[in-house]
Design a protein around this ligand. Structure first.
Ligand code: URA
Length: 432
C-alpha cells in the first residue's frame, strides 16, 4: 500500500477501506508517513468527506493506536459523558457525584482548558490537594467503591489523535465533521465505558455554531459509538450564553457546590439532570429516561448528592473544608462590577466573548503552556430574559489587574439590554 495512492483515492472521492484507513493512522502515528502527505490526505477528507463506515474505521484505528482501558472488573454498566466544550460548563463536576449517588458507575477522563473553553481538570485542581493523576488500580477501585472518579486523560489514550489534531490545527482541517467525530469518539471508545452521553453544545460559545452542524456531528458520533458496540445518546444543548453564572476555575467549583447543595442555576441543573437521566437509563438504574430525569432533578434540588461529592473529592486527596467554606473563593482576588446604563431585558450575552474575557484575566490558556490563575473569572448576575434596571450589576469580574482593561472592554461590547424578553431553548434535541 502506498500513501500517495490513498491520497489520490480520497482526492477522487472514492471510499477507503478499513485496512487502508488503519494503514494511514498507524503509519502517521509511527512517523512513517510524513506530515506533508498526511496534510494532503486531511485536506482531501475535508473536501470530500467520509461516510459512516470510513468515519467508524478512522475512530477505531485511532482508538487502537494506544491503550484501551479495560473496566470489565468493575461490576455493571460503566457510564461516561463528553461535552464538545463551552463557557461555564461545569456539568461533569456536578454529574459525577450525582450519578454515583443514584447507583451508576462513572469512570471519566477529562481535559484541560484551551482558548475560551475551560477544562474540568483545571477546575478540579482549584480544590487544594485534588489529584488528577491516579494509578489505574486506584482509579478503578474508587469507581467500584464510590461510584465515580475523574482523572486527566492519559497520554497513552488515542495517541494518533494527538498528532493528527496538532497537524489539523495548522493545516486548516479542524472543522471537518468526520475528523471531529472520529477524534472525539476515538478517545471515548478508548476510555472503556459501556454507555456514553454526548453533550453537543450549540451557539456562539460552542464549537458548533448552528443546530444543523450540531445535529450532523451528533449523528456521526452516535453512529460510530453504536457500531463500536456502545450505548450512545447525544443531546444538543444551548451555548448562546454561558452555562450557569460563573466562569473561571474556582468560581465554577463554587457554583458546582451550590448546585449540589440544591440551589444552583436552573440551566445548569437542567442540563445535568438531562444527561444523568440518560446515563441512569443506560445503566439500568431506572426504567426510562423520564424517571431518570425526574430522579436526578429532584436529587439535585434536595441536595441529596452533596455528601457523595465530598466523598469523591476526599478520595482524590481534595480538601473538603475548602468546599464547605466556599465563600472564601470570592475573597481571593480584587473585584470590578460592570453596571447597566440602560433598562430593559438582557437580550444577549455572547458566550464566546465572555470566555475570551475570562481567558484575558488569566482563567484560561491562549496556548497550551500558559499558566492559569485559578481564582480569576466572571460572575454573571443576569441571564438572558432577566429584567435589568439602570445601575444593576451585569457581572462581577474577579481579577488580579492582569487583563482587566481588556476584559471590561470585551464584556461591555458583548451583552445587549433591550425591550425584548427572550426565552432561550436550552435542550434543543436528543439523538438516540
Ligand atoms: N474536540 C476534539 O477532541 N477533537 C476535535 O477534532 C474537535 C474538538
Amino acid at each position: 500500500m502506498q500513501m500517495v495512492d490513498l491520497i489520490n483515492k480520497k482526492k477522487y472521492n472514492q471510499k477507503l477501506t478499513a485496512e487502508e484507513i488503519s494503514f494511514i493512522v498507524n503509519g502517521f502515528t509511527k512517523g512513517q508517513i510524513p506530515d506533508y502527505q498526511m496534510s494532503a490526505f486531511l485536506m482531501a477528507v475535508y473536501f470530500n468527506d467520509m461516510d459512516i463506515e470510513e468515519s467508524t474505521a478512522l475512530a477505531l484505528a485511532m482508538r487502537d493506536s494506544g491503550e484501551v482501558l479495560d473496566l470489565t472488573d468493575i461490576k455493571g454498566t460503566k457510564v461516561d459523558k463528553h461535552s464538545t466544550g463551552g463557557v461555564g460548563d461545569k456539568v461533569s463536576i456536578v454529574l459525577a457525584p450525582l450519578v454515583a449517588h443514584l447507583g451508576a458507575k462513572l469512570a471519566k477522563m477529562s481535559g484541560r482548558g484551551l482558548g475560551h473553553t475551560g477544562g474540568t481538570i483545571d477546575k478540579l485542581e482549584s480544590i487544594p490537594g485534588f489529584k488528577v493523576v491516579l494509578p489505574l488500580d486506584q482509579f478503578k477501585n474508587q469507581v467500584k467503591e464510590i461510584g465515580c472518579a475523574i482523572v486527566g486523560q492519559s497520554g497513552d489514550i488515542a495517541p494518533a489523535d494527538k498528532v493528527m489534531y496538532a497537524l489539523r490545527d495548522v493545516t486548516a482541517t479542524v472543522d471537518s465533521m468526520p475528523l471531529i467525530a472520529s477524534s472525539i469518539m476515538s478517545k471515548k471508545l478508548a476510555s472503556g465505558a459501556d454507555a456514553i452521553v454526548l453533550d453537543v453544545k450549540v451557539g456562539s460559545g460552542a464549537f458548533m455554531k448552528t443546530l444543523e452542524d450540531g445535529e450532523a456531528l451528533s449523528r456521526i458520533m452516535v453512529d460510530i459509538g453504536k457500531k463500536a458496540g456502545k450505548k450512545v445518546t447525544a443531546i444538543l444543548t444551548g451555548m448562546e450564553e454561558p452555562l450557569g453564572h460563573k466562569i473561571g476555575n474556582a468560581l465554577e467549583i463554587y457554583e458546582s457546590v451550590e448546585t449540589l447543595e440544591g440551589h444552583g442555576p436552573e440551566d445548569l441543573t437542567q442540563v445535568v439532570a438531562v444527561i444523568s437521566g440518560h446515563l441512569l437509563k443506560h445503566a439500568g438504574v431506572v426504567k426510562d429516561y423520564e424517571s431518570g430525569y425526574k430522579l436526578s432533578y429532584d436529587t439535585l434540588r434536595n441536595g441529596g448528592a452533596l455528601e457523595t461529592f465530598y466523598t469523591f473529592v476526599k478520595a482524590q486527596g481534595g480538601d473538603v473544608n475548602f468546599l464547605k467554606n466556599k465563600d472564601q473563593i470570592l475573597t481571593k482576588t480584587k473585584t470590578y462590577e460592570v453596571k447597566a446604563n440602560v433598562a430593559g431585558f438582557l437580550e444577549k450575552v455572547d458566550a464566546l466573548n465572555f470566555g475570551i474575557a475570562a481567558m484575558k484575566l488569566g482563567a484560561g490558556r491562549a496556548t497550551k503552556d500558559d499558566v492559569i490563575n485559578l481564582f480569576v473569572g466572571i460572575d454573571l448576575h443576569k441571564k438572558i430574559g432577566d429584567e435589568v434596571k439602570v445601575g444593576d450589576t451585569i457581572c462581577t469580574i474577579y481579577h488580579e489587574e492582569k487583563g482587566l482593561k481588556e476584559a471590561v472592554e470585551i464584556v461591555n461590547n458583548s451583552y445587549v439590554v433591550g425591550p425584548h424578553k427572550i426565552k432561550l431553548d436550552l435542550i434543543k434535541e436528543t439523538i438516540l
